[in-house]
Design a protein around this ligand. Sequence first.
Ligand code: UDP
Length: 237
Amino acid sequence: MEKREQLYEGKAKKVYATDQPERYIVEYKDDATAFNGLKKGTIQNKGVINNQVTNHLMTYLAGKGIPTHLLRELSERETLVKKVSIVPLEVIVRNIAAGSLAKRLGLAEGEKLRSVVLEYCYKDDALGDPLVNEYHIKALGLATEADLATIAAYALRINEYLSEYLRDLSIELIDFKLEFGKVADGSIVLADEISPDTCRFWDSVTGEKLDKDRFRQDLGNVEGAYQEIMRRLLGQS
Ligand code: UDP
């Protein structure tokens, strides 16, 4: 597998072409941003951890029948993935009130929701990724109704699988963000990452935050939290 030109550089990852048109290489960086890019920093070793945590969780989900873009891990920071055309939505699943939901609806952080909440944000940095509903998605042509139904069903199943898996590691899955893409044959697959950057993970015994909120809220020991997630999931630090 030959790594060719860089196609894209995002806030946390770079994407490269390969010698095969339907395969890309993703490279995870240590750069961290929050609040739509307003806060910037570095989290030592984050790229290494997020690459391996994402691949670990995507492999687990694939075993449960969720199709993903993952092909194989190439190095500490690099993974070979299927080329996808990203559906321009951030799909957010919530079990417990936190972050923007708590703020918007006046809920206490940590309040249990009576049922799962599924939200969509339109991926557009200039607009600040605004919240949209099924009607906006259809009216703007962001996804077809059939594709959105597939995405919603996968997102809810992923929540069940991940919540159950993490519970055994004393990690409570508060909320998380997913992205989906379309592969060459038109089918929907899970793409992007599943990591402490994109999930809220709370220690189920102590309530300690083990995710990017430590960076967002200047709680300290950000690196330690990422390492602890890696240790619990992969049994190494
Ligand atoms: N999230 C993300 N990328 C974003 C926005 C949110 O990965 O651009 C994740 C975030 O880490 C959390 C969940 O989605 O696990 C819900 O985030 P929320 O809407 O509460 O926004 P935040 O408080 O992160 O700004």
